[in-house]
Ligand binder design. Structure first.
Ligand code: NI
Ligand code: MN
Length: 223
């Protein structure tokens, strides 16, 4: 059984019971955190970039659990130099892991580390494909990601100001053509306040793609 647990903001725990992957593990100081960093058990940590609201507890979790950090070379390198196991990749690259594969995607956003890039992740966990977009604006090449990968679940920011807002995120769904959409990166602070139910209605009415609005702490079983 594969599960996706939303831990608040852009943090998700993806698991098949054997392998657990945490994306953007910002828990300490996250007003919507649904878990403590010390309680996380995982084999992989995937920070999309080094801004604090994504990188968060990455090093602490990786060092305590022995999990491997997978990210761009600059972010993975920084984690490696802090004593973590790290696997460096870069934009457009794909790599097979014991659980499936990872493709690092573009993300139009700052990296938070000198010389770096922000990224998104397409993770294939035992045949189920999850796209965590990280922080990004809308870009037309999302259509290529949707053409190259049969995305089951697209985790997309809708908060606006720092990333796509809900109107642009509807366009992203049209380009990515996922089976399901999960909105993220909203309502953590007043500056990114959004109505996820309005986004859900827009996507479902215009595109017919079901939107799962997850509460922090909620787990869904993946189909
Ligand atoms: Ni950011
Ligand atoms: Mn962010």
């Amino acid at each position: 059984m594969k599960t996706l647990r939303f831990l608040g903001h852009a943090c998700f725990l993806l698991s098949d019971g054997k392998t657990s992957i945490i994306f953007d593990p910002f828990l300490t100081g996250n007003p919507s955190a649904a878990a403590e960093a010390a309680a996380i058990d995982c084999q992989y940590v995937m920070p999309s970039h080094c801004h604090g609201d994504h990188f968060g507890d990455a090093v602490a979790i990786a060092k305590r659990t022995g999990a491997t950090v997978v990210s761009t070379a600059e972010v993975a390198g920084s984690c490696g130099s802090q004593g973590c196991q790290a696997h460096a990749m870069h934009l457009g690259g794909k790599h097979a892991f014991d659980f499936g594969y990872v493709r690092l995607t573009l993300a139009f956003h700052g990296s938070g580390v000198p010389g770096g890039h922000a990224c998104g992740f397409v993770v294939n966990l035992g045949g189920t494909t999850v796209y965590h977009a990280g922080d990004t604006g809308l870009f037309g090449d999302m259509a290529l990601i949707g053409r190259l990968e049969k995305i089951d679940y697209a985790l997309l920011p809708i908060g606006d100001n720092y990333t796509m807002g809900p109107v642009d995120a509807v366009e992203a769904v049209a380009l990515l053509k996922p089976r399901f959409v999960v909105p993220m990166h909203y309502n953590t602070w007043p500056l990114i306040a959004q109505d996820p139910q309005a986004f859900k209605k827009d996507v479902e009415q215009r595109l017919g793609v079901p939107v799962l609005v997850m509460e922090p702490g909620e787990t869904v079983t993946l189909e």
